[in-house]
Design a protein around this ligand. Structure first.
Ligand code: CP
Ligand code: NVA
Length: 318
């Protein structure tokens, strides 16, 4: 078994721009092989533990299918069916689980929880969503953007194509928004952020050091003006359900509409990490319309995560 240095993926900024260039190129290769039904199983005998303290469809299926396709296997744990839900300390869980598997993905509440797990883990830990960040999703979103605007016919990825782009974020200043800001700071684009009052992004929570990677707009339509990509997310994230009614009122104007898409560049894309609520954060005609790439975006979760798992377990190929 090849030994690689222990690395975790807890936040988007844990990797460098150069690492992302490598991973997106690998994801393109891995995706092409998958589409051509070529077997590629570099992770035989490797086991991935998937720990979910919140619900999931895409994250579970993409990691589970991706690991099996690469020849490995998966153990699935939830709060309800493990000792995690019966107050076993996260540090003890990390010590035990990481003696039996090669890789761990966790979806949980506070970022501090995944950091505590990683600090006591013998194997790499991947953030599958926390209250603060969703790095695997932004990897998939950027890969989707590159496929559309930064890849030649041979599948060569051009990271320069991200530079100077404008991403309009319409909605909650949540885990997705924070992660977009980290990506913008690292990869050289700008996020136009429009949130209702009281739901703004917080630079410290987002974990960015510069203020020039984003601009704040009161009016969501103005945030979309000239954007290369318009994106949004649910009004109420998992864990915040008690605020549902207040959020419905506060977010009423933050619904991505055809008018907002018309204010963006003519070839602007629409993305949503899903699950979506048509008629709330996005109009049906937008998410189901010609500029929407949400299904590619969802599928690309699997391809980028396969590249990530390969890199964490084997290191760079070639
Ligand atoms: N986008 C995303 O993470 O979806 P799930 O909650 O279904 O995993
Ligand atoms: N912001 C959402 C993303 C779901 C994939 C949440 O945290 O619930």
């Amino acid at each position: 078994m090849i030994k690689t240095a222990l690395r975790h993926y807890l936040q988007f900024k844990d990797l460098t721009a150069e690492d992302y260039g490598y991973l997106f190129q690998r994801a393109a290769i891995i995706k092409r092989r998958f589409k051509n039904y070529e077997k590629y199983q570099p992770l035989q005998d490797r086991t991935l533990a998937l720990i979910f303290e919140k619900a999931s469809t895409r994250t579970r299926v993409s990691f589970e299918a991706g690991m099996y396709q690469m020849g490995g296997s998966v153990v699935h744990l939830t709060t309800g069916d493990s000792q995690l839900g019966r107050s076993e300390p996260i540090e003890d869980s990390a010590r035990v689980i990481s003696r039996m598997v090669d890789l761990v993905m966790i979806r949980t509440f506070e970022q501090s929880k995944i950091e505590r797990f990683a600090a006591h883990s013998r194997v790499p830990v991947i953030n599958g969503l926390t209250n603060e960040y969703h790095p695997c999703q932004i990897m998939a979103d950027l890969f989707t953007l590159l496929e559309a605007r930064g890849m030649d016919a041979r599948g060569n990825v051009d990271m320069e194509a991200l530079k100077g782009r404008v991403v309009a974020w319409v909605g909650d200043g949540n885990n997705m928004a924070n992660t977009w800001l980290q990506a913008a700071e690292l990869l050289g684009f700008t996020v136009h952020v429009s949130t209702p009052s009281g739901y703004e992004v917080n630079r410290e929570v987002a974990g960015i050091s510069r203020a020039d990677c984003y601009k704040v707009f009161d009016d969501p339509l103005e945030a979309c003006r000239g954007a290369d990509l318009v994106t949004t997310d649910v009004w109420t994230s998992m864990g915040y359900e008690a605020e549902n009614e207040a959020r419905r009122t506060a977010f009423a104007r933050w619904c991505v509409s055809a008018e907002m898409m018309a204010a963006a560049k003519p070839d602007a894309l629409f993305m949503h990490c899903l699950p979506a609520h048509r008629g709330e954060e996005v109009a049906a005609e937008v998410i189901d319309g010609p500029q929407s790439v949400v299904w590619d975006e969802a599928e690309n979760r699997m391809h980028v995560q396969k590249a990530l798992m390969e890199w964490l377990l084997i290191g760079r190929i070639g």
